[in-house]
Design a protein around this ligand. Sequence first.
Ligand code: FES
Length: 107
Amino acid sequence: MVKITFVEHDGSQTEVEAEPGLSLMKAATYGNVPGISADCGGNCACGTCRIYVPAQWRHCFAEPKGNEQEMIEFSEDTTDGVRLACQTKVIEAMEGMVLNLPESQHY
Ligand code: FES
């Protein structure tokens, strides 16, 4: 299991024990992270699983492209390091990772 901490906009934190291979979105929702809505269930169609990845953890993520990039653009969220949690799988290298969450997933 991989420890990942999600930080809400108000600074409150939820630490989850994530199974490698699971999407970050599922890891967050299984861990009852309040700031992830994931309205489409991981189909890259809602943009409500946005996370902000600090620079020191971006090596664990591919650059957003295709549907992920389109949904990020549709959400008009231009925050540095924005990604969709449903489009990245948990890997062992994420141990100790801290991710930030938007003030609201609905725009
Ligand atoms: S859960 Fe809908 S885009 Fe990620």
